[in-house]
Design a protein around this ligand. Sequence first.
Ligand code: NAD
Length: 360
Amino acid sequence: MSKQILILPGDGIGPEIMAEAVKVLELANDKYSLGFELSHDVIGGAAIDKHGVPLADETLARARAADAVLLGAVGGPKWDTIERDIRPERGLLKIRAQLGLFGNLRPAILYPQLAEASSLKPEIVAGLDILIVRELTGGIYFGAPRGTRTLENGERQAYDTLPYSESEIRRIARVGFDMARVRGKKLCSVDKANVLASSQLWREVVEQVAKDYPDVELSHMYVDNAAMQLVRAPKQFDVIVTDNLFGDILSDEASMLTGSIGMLPSASLDANNKGMYEPCHGSAPDIAGKGIANPLATILSVSMMLRYSFNLQDAADAIEKAVSLVLDQGLRTGDIWSVGCAKVGTQEMGDAVVAALRNL
Ligand code: NAD
């Protein structure tokens, strides 16, 4: 039976980078007889323009029916002034929540060819390959009650709530352990258990889950220390598992270790490894339409999709190898360019990956 992939290019550079990723996906589909059927729809600003909402019900239904979703990026100045509830980013939050995509995987891999692009010294980041597993549908971003109230003295006070249930912690901990098991077998759980009740439960449940993974070495770290260690000695980490808020911050920090956000893919998975795959960056309105955006994060999101939703390790490896070969050839988009390399546009970069993959 064919496997359905829904393509949602989104806004800004989304359609440009997606066109290149689709070329790579179509070649992989033919070359390895993967049996994928692709369909396209709109999300974000493009959906607001077409349907008046950032995620139409029929698009959500198609996403539910698909085996995986590949997304570009959403948002842009055109929609910045519209009502908060129907802004482009709401479409993204809604599709993640409605599909139950609680497990966000964000690898931070530094290609050796790009060591100079990192703001850290090459010896600290050379060979970096870490994976941050972030809980995506719980915690303080969704907790109730939240709001602003007026105190007796007339001063306003704002408050949020950070709830985590045992089952929410258990399922994301399992994702962390499962990932560590097929990588370097080291899992670091990041929390703030010296202060937060939710973190104390987090630590307790992670310890319980660890009993099912005797082959994985578990450690715990407070989030403030983890933020420091990520810039001091990032290669000490293999897989990090953490909550929604800490993961949001730490994964952005880790992404910068690799030099450019234009290189970083991500996956968001449900309990059955059905997933949505997207680059970590946004819609980059400042460079949209210029044909200079880096398509590699989206192309690498295709490889994550093959790996995690379809267990097609060889085809996923081949796409990553093709990207590496193109970097070996010295081809660079502007965001990763350095002296001595050839500056190319979005389409040229996509074509080069296609050519490299075809020749593998
Ligand atoms: P951004 O990631 O879009 O851009 C930040 C900077 O990185 C810009 O200078 C941009 O040109 C550059 N950049 C990003 N991707 C690049 C690529 N592939 N190649 C080369 N350069 C790249 O973040 P922003 O400027 O804060 O946000 C712009 C819009 O994107 C906003 O509307 C925001 O809400 C939205 N956004 C969407 C997502 C998403 O769809 N997942 C994520 C973040 C931001």
